[in-house]
Ligand binder design. Structure first.
Ligand code: PHE
Length: 340
């Protein structure tokens, strides 16, 4: 009996030590320790032994069972660890591989230039004012001193939604909304999209961008307008830039001016960018018309102001030398990448 148990145990221990998989190990367990297993069979044979021999035999078998169970558990632990390590190795993610790095985006050229203009004017104390793209006739025209029959309406081919509601054709509508809410002293900048029923070509788009500026306070004069816009031109086109102010007409400013900057490309001698004139028109401006102040409940005898409207697309094209406005709106990634 004792020899049989020893032989069986040694054999089983060897097999356990050599087993390569969890299922092979389980087979051994069933074969040796299972209900009809080899060791269990020996236990059953105890009835053939004398009563004096039985306790000793039972002890031997139980010790063998314990020993085998321990060996199986230890081997199982090793096999489980090996399996885990193998999986960790195989499924390891190599974080040093670069192929899936997402491409970084960049700012759109219009956003770059807009941010620069915003930075410049906020550094002079302007607040940023937003106003709706869908406007009423009152804010886009009427309150800006452009009544229904005014010929100046022809200057801007407007998209009407109804008789009274339209897509704003100029950010100047934001002047009125701001002056209704905030009383002078007031310095504001209002960048935004504007809409006009223009055919698309190299210099026209039905959607484009303006940046409106407005300053109202006691004692504001044309000198303030000139000084501010001259500083602006120098900031954007270089310190050597000169400005000139040509008389113009807008119903909401009086007097009105068109502001030209000396051509940054040729320095004013004339080239294809400035069409040989040496000057480039950069914005429209003027002293706020008295009627506009009155419409906003501001006393024009106490307060004066100046306003300007910059075409953001135009300035952006000038700065980057973009000759076709369409490229700015088409969002071709190859074009946009150049500005990163
Ligand atoms: N709103 C004018 C335009 O769209 C520009 C402008 C703004 C002129 C403010 C004077 C003052 O042409």
């Amino acid at each position: 009996m004792k020899e049989k148990v020893k032989a069986l145990t040694d054999q089983a221990l060897r097999e356990i030590g050599e087993s390569k998989t969890q299922s092979a190990l389980n087979d051994i367990r069933v074969r040796v320790l299972g209900k009809s297993g080899e060791l269990t069979a020996l236990l059953r044979n105890m009835k053939d032994l004398s009563p004096e021999e039985r306790p000793e035999a039972g002890k031997i078998v139980n010790e063998a069972r314990e020993k085998l169970e321990e060996a199986i558990a230890a081997r199982l632990k090793t096999l489980d660890e090996e399996t885990l390590n193998k999986r960790l190795k195989e499924e390891r993610i190599d974080i040093t591989i670069d192929e899936k790095t997402p491409q970084m985006g960049g700012y759109h050229p219009l956003t770059i230039v807009r941010n620069k203009i915003v930075d410049f004017f906020t550094s002079l104390g302007c607040i940023i004012a937003d106003s709706p793209e869908i406007e009423t006739d009152y804010y886009n025209f009427e309150a800006l001193n452009i009544p229904a029959d005014h010929p100046a309406r022809e200057m801007q081919d407007t998209f009407f939604v109804t008789d009274n509601i339209l897509l704003r054709s100029q950010t100047s509508a934001g002047q009125i909304r701001t002056m209704e809410k905030i009383k002078p002293p007031l310095k504001m900048l209002s960048p935004g999209r504007v809409f006009r029923a223009d055919e698309v070509d190299a210099t026209h788009s039905p959607v484009f961008h303006q940046i409106e500026g407005l300053v109202v306070d006691k004692g504001i004069t044309l000198c303030d307008l000139k000084g501010t816009l001259d500083l602006f031109a120098k900031q954007f086109f270089g310190a050597q830039t000169k400005t000139r102010f040509r008389p113009s007409y807008f119903p909401f400013t009086e007097p009105s001016v068109e502001v030209d900057a000396s051509c940054a490309r040729c320095g004013g001698t004339g080239c294809n960018v400035c069409k040989g004139t040496g000057w480039i028109e950069i914005l429209g401006a003027g002293m706020v018309n008295r009627n506009v102040l009155v419409n906003c409940g501001i006393d024009p005898d106490e307060y004066t102001g100046f306003a300007f409207g910059v075409g953001l697309d135009r300035i952006t094209n000038l700065i980057y030398g973009i000759s076709d406005l369409r490229t700015v709106f088409e969002n071709d990634i190859r074009f946009l990448k150049q500005f990163n």
